[in-house]
Design a protein around this ligand. Structure first.
Ligand code: NAP
Length: 306
């Protein structure tokens, strides 16, 4: 175990920040972890579970911090950084965990003082749960964390942040912000939008009762509902800030959907079979990369309601 930072400040104390606090403690990666959340209720919960040294203001939480991680919704990054910027010590590193990178870089960079490093990051790990009680040390294990340094970033600090994420269990990659936002719109953002839509469709369909939807959900719908239960604030911000990439992928999605719709109307089984054979190979690739289980029913026992 190597201490990588003396003082780490977490701004926002939700799922991601609390998981980071647990993972840093597990790895002995920081001497002191401080934190701040907007509501006194969240701060009280964080104190109750002894998550970190909780402060009443963000400015107090970042005092003398070596690493400050912004763990707030994307739409709050600008105002949070404007508030803490003048109080950061020279040489400190600011990072974030926002799910969109271009918009966060644009919001945060103007408030980063001279002599302070800004290295954006995005851990590709999450659950549909929110708040400080939702966090757990294993959240990042064997998941990817993407760092988004720019050409002027201090390489020693980029390496140190990469070591922190590895210490918390992640694999680490680097990308530029635009590419990150395009990749994530394919792998995360658009799938979430589709899940929200499918659950909305089921909700609107009066010929199928709610109790039927719930009773027969294990046939596939249940997995959409898990994704569609994700935090509304976070996901609103994702779509407001990753607009271009999402619209591009949605355009492609719609074209493919129309092609499948036509194949179904024409009874073109060959087209459908070839398409589903191609997509099956992607699932195999994900399992081979250790990013999911090939256990039947995603590893859920038959009686499990997880
Ligand atoms: P969360 O559980 O809802 O926690 C958000 C935290 O931010 C709460 O502590 C909240 O405080 C605080 N907050 C909100 N607005 C604030 C403000 N204006 N000033 C100070 N604190 C504020 O959210 P999360 O899932 O940890 O997500 C945090 C970030 O991680 C987001 O940027 C998201 O894009 C990113 N991310 C999420 C996931 C995921 O799957 N959840 C995965 C990767 C990255 P209160 O409780 O007091 O309101």
């Amino acid at each position: 175990m190597t201490v990588l930072y003396d003082r780490v400040a977490l701004i926002g104390l939700g799922l991601i920040a609390s998981s980071m606090a647990h993972a840093m403690k597990r790895g002995g990666l920081a001497n002191t972890i401080t934190g701040y959340a907007r509501s006194s209720q969240t701060r009280d919960i964080a104190r109750e579970i002894d998550l970190c040294e909780v402060h009443e203001t963000a400015v107090d939480a970042v005092h003398d911090a070596d690493l400050i991680v912004l763990c707030v919704p994307i739409g709050a990054m600008d105002s949070v950084m404007a508030e803490i910027g003048p109080h950061l010590k020279p040489g400190a590193v600011v990072s974030d965990v926002g799910s969109v990178k271009g918009a966060v870089v644009a919001a945060v960079t103007p408030h980063v003082p001279e002599g302070v490093h800004f290295i954006p990051a995005h851990p590709l790990a999450g659950t549909e749960h929110s708040g400080p009680r939702a966090g757990f040390a294993e959240l990042f294990d064997n998941r990817w964390c993407i760092l988004v340094p720019d050409v002027d970033s201090d390489q020693a600090e980029v390496d140190r942040l990469a070591r922190l994420w590895r210490g918390m269990g992640s694999n680490v990659d680097e990308m530029d912000a635009d590419h990150h936002d395009l990749v994530l719109s394919v792998t995360s953002h658009t799938p979430h939008l589709i899940a929200y839509t499918m659950v909305g469709v089921a909700d609107d369909l009066s010929r199928v009762t709610d109790s039927e939807v719930i009773k027969y959900s294990a046939a596939g719908f249940r997995d959409f509902t898990r994704i569609a239960a994700s935090d509304p604030t976070m996901w609103r911000d994702v779509f407001l800030t990753n607009k271009d990439a999402t619209l591009e992928i949605l355009g492609r999605f719609t074209e493919e959907l129309f092609a499948l719709q036509r194949a179904i109307r024409k009874g073109d089984g060959e087209h459908l079979h070839a398409y589903f054979t191609r997509t099956r190979a992607i699932r195999r690739g994900i399992i081979e990369a250790g990013q999911d289980t090939d256990a039947p029913n995603f590893g859920r026992g038959p009686a499990s309601t997880k």
